[in-house]
Design a protein around this ligand. Sequence first.
Ligand SMILES: [Zn+2]
Length: 175
Amino acid sequence: MRVAVDFFNQVNLLFGSITEFCTNESCPVMTAGPRYEYYWADGEKIKKPIKCTAPEYVEYLMDWIQSTLDDETIFPARVGMSSSSIHDMAFLLLPSAHSRSCPFLPLADVPFPKTFLPAIKKIMTRLFRVYAHIYYSHFSKIVDLGEEAHLNTCFKRTHAPGRSASLSLSLSLAR
Ligand SMILES: [Zn+2]
């Protein structure tokens, strides 16, 4: 149940720790190994995917996550969610939300919008790209910083049998 929450926090933490090493110069393209290159598009402000550096991609992603959370057609304030902070997303990522029984949300009379789960999956997919970029491009720095254990633990947890398909790295890489 806490896997998604842990993952979100972990990605933020890990990227924060390597920010000074992940620059426009060191990472001129958002990649996850030699086979995967990611262009940014949010489908609204930027419809046609654009090539960007890794830090630019992460910035676009965090802005997009924030505005997605602020979109009341996806995450209505009425169901009790405060989306003013990006950290509030942790509560939205609880797997129990899949069964519409999230204890944080009084859902008895307010149904989830149909866009809720697709939005969560998209957020997770894109967060995985950041994780994959850190893994492939900054693994040695992570080791230097002594955060290797965190990186691996996070990876194993999210790939344990029975986890949601939306949490699959292979899925996120394939898109
Ligand atoms: Zn980088």
